[in-house]
Ligand binder design. Structure first.
Ligand SMILES: NC(=O)c1ccc[n+]([C@@H]2O[C@H](COP(=O)([O-])OP(=O)(O)OC[C@H]3O[C@@H](n4cnc5c(N)ncnc54)[C@H](O)[C@@H]3O)[C@@H](O)[C@H]2O)c1
Ligand SMILES: [Zn+2]
Length: 350
């Protein structure tokens, strides 16, 4: 069994999840609550149920639109009704929505109870389950209410991919590609040729998490270096938020970030020294997995407004992380409205 040790918790790679049981028996928790949505209740809870007993299930509705305060209220209400005390363990069994919201709810409940993450989507395994960013969406934007707090442990198993819809699986690859682009040229070279649907994921998840670990440990509260993880996210987040608000079958996080990475790679050529041939390579690989999406009707003014209230900004200027070359990333690069509009036009022209 492999693992990755962070400063104050461990990521345990364990296909069978037996180690969840060991973790729980070693600590003296008064009760265990498992947060699920209807999909992870159906597909993932039976897997966990084989290794642990005596727990209470809290069920929420799946989807980004339910990552909000009213779902948290319902979680807190159920914890209170079941007399959960401060020695309670909270288990987030699900994707990034469950992880972000469950971690947030656990961290606020009675000033904070322990929680662990058992991420069940590819995106949550390679990205959201570590780094301590927790939160919910608020009417003005995504992830606006939240805090930093680490889980007590993270357990990774590929068993969950058996039931994960293909679209959700590919979605997670956006963050894996991002990790290669910002920090690891060799990984990117391997990924770009890969048959992403038929490859052993354990090593890939392991490498991707090592990249994220190094970055979040160097800068846990995003004062500087951690901003490189936002490559593709300045523009991508706005596209995601706009799509969520205005489209019926809205873009997933990774799908929006893939568009954002193409736009920001374009800006990297203009502002940070990325070469035209590197841009061509990035664009080709990303479009292969995330086919061109029609954003011509997206309201540019609204996108710019969303970008201007982004947490990553300082004051009114819009900042981005850009690539001087594949495998390297610089942050706090100011980008103007005109440049953003030009990069969106570049994507639309592809
Ligand atoms: N905290 C962070 O650092 C961070 C980083 C990246 C993304 N995020 C957040 O993560 C969220 C997206 O996470 P996500 O992509 O995991 O989406 P998600 O949590 O919405 O899960 C996607 C869908 O897959 C279903 N599902 C999950 N596991 C399954 C399984 N094994 N089998 C079948 N169905 C399954 C879920 O019910 C849901 O319908 C966003 O809210 C985003 O803001 C947070
Ligand atoms: Zn992301």
């Amino acid at each position: 069994m492999k693992d990755i040790q962070l400063n104050d918790y461990e990521i345990i790679f364990d296909d069978s999840l037996e180690s969840v049981k060991d973790f729980m028996s070693a600590a003296n928790y008064s009760s265990v609550f498992v947060l699920v949505d209807e999909n992870t209740k159906l597909h993932c809870l039976p897997v966990l149920g084989k290794v642990i007993s005596s727990y209470t299930v809290i069920e929420t509705k799946s989807g980004e639109t339910n990552k909000n305060l009213s779902t948290c209220e319902s979680i807190w209400q159920q914890l209170i009704e079941h007399n959960a005390d401060r020695k309670t363990l909270f288990v987030n069994l699900g994707g990034g929505v469950i992880g972000d919201m469950g971690g947030f709810a656990a961290s606020c409940y009675k000033r904070g109870v322990d929680f662990i993450n058992i991420p069940t989507t590819l995106l949550s395994q390679v990205d959201s389950s570590i780094g301590g960013k927790l939160g919910i969406d608020f009417k003005y934007g995504k992830n606006l209410i939240g805090l930093f707090r680490n889980p007590k442990a993270v357990f990774i198993s590929p068993v969950f991919f058996k039931t994960l819809p293909q679209r959700q699986f590919i979605n997670g690859w956006a963050e894996i590609f991002k990790h290669g682009l910002i920090q690891d040229q060799d990984q990117w070279q391997q990924y770009k040729e890969m048959d992403v649907l038929h490859t052993d994921m354990n090593d890939i998840v392991f490498h991707s998490l090592q990249i994220k670990k190094a970055v979040v440990e160097a800068d846990p509260f995003e004062k500087g270096l951690r901003k490189i993880l936002n490559f593709g996210h300045t523009i991508g987040h706005a596209i995601e938020a706009y799509s969520l608000e205005n489209e019926k079958d809205s873009l997933l996080h990774g799908e929006a970030i893939a568009i954002g990475m193409i736009c920001e790679a374009y800006l990297s050529v203009k502002k940070s020294g990325l070469t035209e041939s590197e841009l061509e390579e990035i664009k080709t690989v990303l479009l292969k997995h995330f086919p061109k999406y029609d954003i011509t009707d997206f309201d540019t003014e609204k996108l710019l407004t969303i970008m201007s209230i982004d947490k990553k900004n300082e004051g009114a200027t819009i900042l981005a992380a850009l690539l001087p070359e594949i495998g390297k990333c610089e942050y706090n690069i100011e980008i103007s409205a005109e440049e953003i509009i030009e990069s969106l036009a570049f994507y639309i022209s592809l």
